[in-house]
Design a protein around this ligand. Structure first.
Ligand code: GAL
Length: 692
């Protein structure tokens, strides 16, 4: 619908080039990936720019990233624009053979704007406001800010949009919905609701306002829900989350449209998202050409494989971002990757030697077409002191991570020479390809109505994801806009909110040969987050071939087990007691309580396909893994059994293995494999690349 509206808008404007464009045309496939780095000319004396950009080129980078937070420098006072310094910085980059990514700097308005229009500042729930002196303090819901920032972008795009030295644009910085209680935000929320609901009665129904005397007489009575107020209407919160998601996506679309008015010579437009899969806005800006993500791996969290796993981070952290962002537009980029220690963790340890190169190869393995690092020079003033760069505080000495970048870029140059057009991925790998169907709204709902502190929606999803990656399966995260029929198996974990049309699509997919895996908490609610006026999950009962009698939630100190093929698997968080239909197989049942022996996991054939229903969330994901293994065996899909921390992917005719484990492993590859980098033995933090 949004695409249709955008299309009509653009037709009316008669400017076809405003569309998101096929992203493949912006990249040479044979380049495989291009690398770049954030450089802030405005932070350094102009006499150093030439030296710095020359060294950036010498280290092997292909592009630089400019002007992300430079609004104060590009518009020093109202309506007075100064692009001269930026022109000179672009000139020097070009002279050194570097392309440029230009940014819109909307995260950092200049002080004159904030002082003249204090209403642009975020208003917090307690009535206090943000202030100048940081970033991300303006409100995108503020009408003046919205209009004024687009004016600035228009001028910037007018100046650089036809400049062939600019390769593309990054909008804003790590855009994400913020909370603002200002007057414009309140009004925009009401307008949004008015568009969604035919009248106030429809809203009252959807929000269940008969409960606790919450009924509204008109839209003007509605406010943005308070976080601090306990027991706030959850249906209202659901709509508010949808509203903020739409607002951020629309703002990005507006920015893209403003730029595309000028940028007709093949400059692409993207933004740099934090991979926060539950936040909902990541897939919604239709005007972006492709998506990029930012990823930090080492910041003192106690995770990864083994005692010092925190020096590498968990393999799934990059893998999941790759698999999520690639499927949105068919290709993706990585806009920020740390080159060493960061400054913002609780504890900021050194990454393991080799970690930076490992991450780079891992972003490559998922199919990325550009990778950019944050940042070139270590800052010597400002909030991010102690944040490593490609070079240290002296501005010239490469850091260990900087040297690892240089090594990666050298290696990429070498493997480019082995590139073969149209090389296909190995058939067994493609055979394992699996879709995971996600809708962030389910996460919003379940995290709001957890029912047990033992439940964690993202962990539930990750249990399936990690298992699939251990099997060596390529995974595509998809949403309801995608065609399910491309996939042999679709896993839809804890898909709580459904409607009849979606369940019908699942049924058709299965009848035509698809294999659906559904899990606990699925099908309980309608799209307003209300329970159906039926027995629990009756919406999916005919599909899964089972009814849900009731569900149980255990205390953390008294886990029970599920018995699956003579093995016990502990659980505490969510267990549904199933009543299978006659033809439905029971694959696992409960032990240890008043429902001992009753089914927890079922499987049924339907048409040419099958439905597996896993009604329980295990403590460590081993039950989920064992169940998927049994399903894939039934489907004759051969799996690998990779150790924790080792992943294998394929792209462009290359196999890539990355090892985040704390020890060496032997790759399950035939003797005679032609390694280009590394070999069959892959050490901790090692990378192997071979010709397929
Ligand atoms: C990112 C942010 C960058 C920079 C970086 C520091 O989240 O997008 O602008 O602040 O963190 O690690």
């Amino acid at each position: 619908m949004r695409r249709v509206l955008l299309f009509l808008f653009l037709c009316v404007m008669g400017i076809r080039t405003l569309f998101a464009q096929d992203p493949a045309r912006f990249f040479n496939q044979s380049d495989l990936v291009i690398s770049g780095v954030y450089y802030y000319p405005e932070h350094w004396d102009e006499s150093q720019w030439e030296r710095d950009l020359k060294q950036i080129k010498d280290l092997g980078f292909d592009f630089v990233h400019y002007a992300e937070f430079a609004w104060a420098q590009t518009e020093p006072s109202e309506g007075v624009y100064d692009f001269g310094w930026l022109d000179r910085a672009v000139d020097i980059a070009a002279r050194n053979g570097l392309k440029v990514i230009m940014c819109t700097s909307t995260a950092t308005p200049p002080v004159w704007l904030v002082r003249q229009h204090p209403d642009v500042l975020l208003e917090h729930e307690n009535g206090t406001k943000s202030d100048h002196g940081s970033r991300q303090h303006p409100s995108i819901y503020n009408n003046y800010y919205r209009t004024y920032s687009l004016k600035m972008i228009d001028r910037l795009a007018e100046h650089f949009g036809t400049d062939a030295r600019i390769m593309g644009w990054q909008l804003d910085n790590e855009p994400r919905p913020t909370r603002d209680y200002g007057a414009d935000a309140q009004q925009r929320f009401r307008n949004w609701l008015q568009k969604k609901y035919a009248n106030i009665n429809a809203l009252n129904q959807a929000w269940g306002t008969a409960f606790w005397s919450q009924t509204y007489a008109n839209f003007e009575q509605i406010n943005i829900p308070r976080v601090s107020q306990q027991f706030m209407n959850t249906h209202q919160i659901l709509d508010y989350n949808r509203f903020t998601t739409d607002e951020i996506s629309n703002y990005l679309d507006e920015q893209a449209i403003a730029i595309r008015k000028y940028a007709k010579n093949g400059q692409w437009i993207t933004t740099n998202y934090i991979p926060d899969y539950g936040s909902g806005h990541l897939r919604k800006s239709d005007a972006l050409d492709f998506h990029t993500y930012t990823r930090y791996m080492v910041f003192g969290d106690n995770y990864g494989v083994g005692r010092k796993g925190y020096r590498l981070g968990p393999v799934e952290r990059i893998a999941k971002a790759n698999d999520f962002f690639r499927t949105i537009d068919g290709l993706y980029g990585v806009m920020e990757l740390q080159p060493g220690q960061v400054n913002w963790g609780r504890i900021n340890p050194q990454p393991l030697p080799g970690a930076v190169r490992l991450w780079l190869w891992h972003t490559f393995a998922g199919g990325s077409r550009l990778v950019c690092t944050y940042r070139y020079r270590q800052p010597i003033y400002g909030t991010e002191l102690y944040h490593y760069g490609i070079v240290g505080p002296d501005g010239v000495t490469p850091t260990p991570g900087g040297l690892e970048y240089a090594k990666f870029m050298q290696e990429i140059k070498e493997i480019r020479t082995k590139y073969r057009k149209n090389a296909a991925n190995p058939a067994p790998y493609e055979h394992r390809r699996t879709a995971m169907l996600l809708n962030h709204e389910n996460e919003w709902e379940m995290e709001k109505n957890k029912q047990t502190t033992e439940w964690n929606t993202e962990n539930h999803v990750d249990k399936y994801y990690s298992a699939l990656k251990n099997f060596g399966a390529p995974v595509d995260f998809i949403d309801e806009r995608n065609d399910f029929s491309k996939y042999r198996v679709v896993v839809a974990p804890a898909y709580e909110m459904v409607d009849a049309a979606l369940v019908q699509r699942w049924k058709q997919y299965v009848e035509q040969g698809g294999n659906m895996v559904l899990t606990c908490r699925s099908g309980h609610k309608n799209r307003n987050g209300q329970l159906f006026e039926t027995p629990f999950a009756a919406s999916i009962a005919p599909l899964i071939g089972a009814k849900i009698d009731f569900y149980d939630l255990l205390l953390p100190q008294t886990p029970d087990n599920v018995l699956f093929e003579q093995q016990k698997y502990p659980w505490t968080s969510w267990g549904e007691i199933l009543i299978p239909d006659k033809e439905t197989e029971t694959w696992a049942s409960y032990l240890g309580d008043f429902y001992e022996g009753r089914p927890a996991i079922t499987f049924r054939r339907l048409g040419k396909g099958s439905v597996t229903y896993i009604g329980v969330d295990s403590q460590n994901g081993q039950l989920e893994k064992a169940t998927l293994a049994k399903l894939y065996a039934r489907l004759n899909i051969p799996l690998l059994d990779l150790p924790a921390g080792l992943h294998i992917e394929y792209r462009d005719g290359f196999g890539i293995a990355v090892n985040y484990a704390d020890k060496s492993h032997t790759l399950p590859l035939p003797n005679g494999t032609q390694y280009l980098i590394g070999g069959k033995e892959i050490p901790c933090a090692g990378v192997s690349v071979w010709l397929e």
